[in-house]
Structures are given as structure tokens and as C-alpha cells.
Design a protein around this ligand. Sequence first.
Ligand SMILES: C[S@@+](CC[C@H](N)C(=O)[O-])C[C@H]1O[C@@H](n2cnc3c(N)ncnc32)[C@H](O)[C@@H]1O
Length: 334
Amino acid sequence: MSQSETEKSPEAVGFTMDDLLSALKSVAEPTRLRVLALLAEGELTVTELTQILRQSQPRVSRHLKLLCEAGVLNRYREGTWVFYRLSPGDGIGLLARGLLNYLPGDDHVLAADQERLSQVRQSRTAAAAEYFGRVAADWDRLRSLHVADTEVEARLLDILGARRYGDVLDVGTGTGRILELLAARADHATGIDLSREMLAVARSNIERLGLDNCQVRLGDMYDMPMPDSSADLVIFHQVLHYADDPLAAILETGRVLRPGGRVMVIDFAPHEFEELREAHAHRRLGFHDAEVATWFRAAALEPGRVERLTGLSTELTVTIWSAEKTPVIKEHAA
Ligand SMILES: C[S@@+](CC[C@H](N)C(=O)[O-])C[C@H]1O[C@@H](n2cnc3c(N)ncnc32)[C@H](O)[C@@H]1O
């Protein structure tokens, strides 16, 4: 460790001695350390934490409150759900993330927590898969109920411009509508989706329309079945609000994009239509621009323009966020 790293001034680390003591006190408790270990895997709601920790909601809430007050966690409310995550940035959040390195790998309580976390995630994925399996045949009608398709699609084409893209990847392709839209501008377009039912509809659409340069395959947005640096354009059209861990999906996008490649995320701005959770399996009620920009930067993608489509035929605002993977500049010896 360099001298400058060991001798940081209070300004440099961004917190005071009192902040440090209160953060250390807050995590010096078994359940709170378990919470830290769980949130290292992604954001969770209080209900999910209660299921995993097997403690009463008031008890879990009290632990969460202490961790938030100490700056170790961030809390944010979205409709009736409250999400918790490790504080980002290089202040107390960095200290908390550093502590995770010291958790013993063979602790059976932490291992059991991770096991229950994966069960919670599986049941969430299963609920979304069940929904998409059920609605697959009717999706093209349903999707236009909450998004004014034609306006969004026209704006998307406008932003993409007249240029052609080599390899396009449509993540969460559903019935393949985005492939249909972009087929003429791509050399090759692949759609991936976790729902076999959706893929079956997409395949028949591709065949019916004779889109020879398009294909679909089973694939997860967190573990895309694509090699590194293999896509010139990655699209997430109305997909990220289903994600448990949108950051992980964007990091995976950073991996599959070629240098100079582009990602477009089309999703809702923050909203309060809680019923989309119940009726349509949404997890997140839209995203803030700053949040999306943070994910892009974490994936070494340079955030670009943000377009908002208000005044659509629905009351929801659709936002188009884009980012580019910085091209690698090769230095030549003089
Ligand atoms: C709302 S639909 C959008 C489909 C399409 N992009 C469109 O605009 O019509 C969301 C799609 O994301 C898929 N999906 C959800 N979680 C996924 C994951 N982890 N990996 C890949 N696809 C996923 C669902 O199966 C569903 O087909």
C-alpha cells in the first residue's frame, strides 16, 4: 500500500472520526454483518431480507435503520416497496465493502443465508417466467397497453440514425419486435430471452416475416450466451424493470459490447403505478437518470444522450438512455 493510501486526510476519505465509529459500531453485530453480506449480492427489499434472515420484520427493520443511519446502507422507497443496498461511492460504503473481504468463507450461517437468497431469487424469476409464459401469445397486444409503441420505436430509429450496425443483440427480446424493427439496419441480429414461450412466438414471427439475418436463443441477461466484444449494439427494451440486479445486466453488456459499440436502455422514468408489479410482474417502478448513468460508468460505458417521451397515449414517461463503450486507442511507438 502506498503512503498516500495509508495517510488519507479526512477530506480524502470523505468521513469524520464520528462517522467511522458509528459505521464500525453499526456493523459489529451478527445480523447486521449478515445483511451486509446479502446486500453485497444486490439490492433487496425488507420483505426479502426478512425471509432470508428468518427474523421478524420489526427486528430486521431496526437493524436496517441503524445501518442506514450510519451511512452503511442506502434506503429508497418505490411505491409500497422499500429497497436496501450498500452505499455506493468511496465513503462509508467503501469501508463496508472492504469489510466483506474479511467474512469467513466457511461460516455456515452466511452460507445458509446465501442459499436462501438464491431460493428467493429463483422464486422471483419463476414468478416472472410464469407471467411471460402465460402472456406470450398475447404479448404484442399487451405491450402496447402500457407503452405507445409507435412513438417509442420511431424515436429509437431516429436516435440510431441511418448507419448500419454489424451485430445487434436484443436482450429480453420477448416476441422479437425489436429484431423486426432493426433487422434492416443490422448485418445480424440476435434476441435472447429466458422465456421459452416468448421465444416460440419470436421464432414464428421471424419466420413469418422472412428475417433471415435474425435469430433468437434462450439466454439470461446476467450471463449472456455471447462471447466478449461481439456486439455493436445492445438493446434493452422494457426489460430492465424486471431485473433483480440491473447493474449486473449492464456490467454483462459492457463485456459483450465491442469497443465503440452502443447500448440503448428503453424503460420507464420513475412512476407510481404499483399495479404494474401485481399485474405485470414488474420489480422496479422506473429508473432515475443518475442511477442508470452510474451503472453505465461502472461498466466502463460513457453515458450519452437521454431522451424522454412524454405525452404518450399512456400516463407513463418512457426514457431512452444510451451509452458507448469507449474505443481502445492503440498507441504506436514513434
Ligand atoms: C416486457 S417483455 C419485453 C419484450 C420485448 N423487449 C418487447 O419490447 O416487446 C420483457 C422480456 O424480458 C424477458 N426477461 C426477463 N428476465 C430476463 C432475464 N433475466 N434474461 C433474459 N430475458 C429476461 C422476459 O421473458 C420478457 O420476454
